[in-house]
Design a protein around this ligand. Structure first.
Ligand code: OSB
Ligand code: MG
Length: 382
């Protein structure tokens, strides 16, 4: 696969509703859209899920742009990649970390590869499901009443699992009230690292509400304290932030730090690694599900594709485009019917990025070509 051009676009999409976690409130989504073009004019697409500030993990939009521009794109333009697995296994392996940047370009190469094979990305990854079940992640609201109203709407729309963001002080009472209003819904909580082992009593109190899991209660880079906490709790711990690689997953399972893993393609360095973590968990009887990072339709399409692998047995966070965006950048947008998304069967990611919409939301872009002379590397403020 000769890649002759890579285009980076800095995008900004307004969220329809602010999204609050224990670490920040997001009003819009700033991200990098990556397009790789082969010599025959076929394009592969993906997005970086890094946030503008290092609040979820250490990566940012700017560190991703730097990694893409100075390291990852030159590798793509100067090598003939036969299979996307070669990127993380070979070409990118000498670079530590920067998983979201690596995943952004690796995902675009996977899309291109699947298109060249005339295969949906889901099949190219080995997935077989024709439809996937999805849940929804509900941010921290101003009141419990508002949370209850949101759950009611999402329940009516058919979502299969309800994840509430929690933090100290927005936890026990919230879960207690939600449980008494909705005794039987599949419910879970995500703390985004807001607690420490000093909060063990508070976390133990959540054990009474038959939650499916508590996601990432402790530090973003911890698997040791999580093992101690899991020993204290009946509720399964699910790790998100702490798992960056196959090795992290193997060690966390060995220590008993979690019973479930949230696989985010960006956090683990791409689809090849996501698939490996999926396979390891499958071998060990550990269920996985696909998390979200408030992606545009392009990232959403990648999440749908990976979720077709068999051990994604729990509903993920890939909700409908219309819950996030007035005007998603893919056609058609992602729709959810009664909690199910139909997996597209056209080649690659299976949704068409709309250049008209993409141009509307691009703040600046840059094109990188095989011959990197000054004249051929254009910078284009819009
Ligand atoms: O921890 O899963 C998370 C959003 C941004 C950063 C981290 C997380 C989230 C979500 C939202 O929970 C998932 C989504 O709806 O895309
Ligand atoms: Mg999470």
């Amino acid at each position: 696969m000769k890649i002759s051009q890579v285009i980076l676009r800095h995008m900004k999409l307004d969220l329809l509703h602010p999204f609050t976690t224990s670490f920040a409130t997001e009003y819009d989504r700033e991200f990098i859209l990556v397009e790789v073009r082969s010599e025959d004019g076929t394009s592969g697409w993906a997005e970086s899920v890094a946030m503008p500030d290092p609040v979820y993990n250490e990566e940012t939009v700017k560190t991703n742009w730097h990694m893409l521009e100075d390291y990852l794109i030159p590798i793509l333009l100067h090598n003939d990649i036969q299979h996307p697995d070669e990127l993380t296994e070979q070409y990118f392996a000498f670079m530590k970390g920067n998983y979201m940047a690596k995943a952004a370009i690796e995902g675009a190469v996977w899309d291109l590869y699947a298109k060249k094979q005339n295969q949906p990305l889901s099949s190219a990854l080995g997935g077989t499901k024709k439809q996937i079940e999805v849940g929804v992640s509900i941010g921290i609201k101003d009141s419990v009443a508002e949370t209850l109203k949101t759950i009611e709407s999402r329940l009516a729309e058919g979502y299969k699992r309800f994840k509430l963001k929690i933090k100290p002080g927005w936890d026990i009472e919230l879960i207690e009230k939600v449980r008494s209003a909705f005794p039987d819904i599949p419910l879970m909580a995500d703390a985004n690292s807001a607690y420490t082992l000093n909060d063990v009593d508070r976390l133990r109190a959540l054990d009474d509400y038959h939650l499916m899991m508590i996601e990432q209660p402790l530090a973003y880079n911890d698997i040791i304290d999580h093992a101690d906490l899991q020993a204290e709790l009946k509720t399964p711990i699910c790790l998100d932030e702490s798992i960056h690689s196959l090795d992290d997953a193997r060690k966390a399972l060995k220590l008993g730090s979690c019973k479930i893993i949230n696989i985010k393609i960006g956090r683990v360095g791409g689809l090849t690694q996501a698939k490996k973590i999926h396979d390891l968990c499958q071998d060990q009887g550990i269920p996985v599900w696909c998390g979200g990072m408030l992606e545009s339709g392009v990232g959403r399409a990648h999440n749908i594709a990976i979720t077709t692998l068999p051990n994604f047995v729990l509903p993920g966070d890939t909700a409908a485009s219309s819950l996030y965006w007035a005007d998603d950048i893919i056609e058609p947008e992602v729709t959810v019917e009664n909690g199910w998304i139909s997996v597209p069967d056209s080649p690659g990611i299976g949704y068409q990025p709309s250049l008209e919409k993409i141009n509307k939301y691009t703040t600046y872009s840059r094109t990188y070509r095989t011959e990197r002379t000054a004249a051929q590397t254009e910078s284009c403020p819009i």
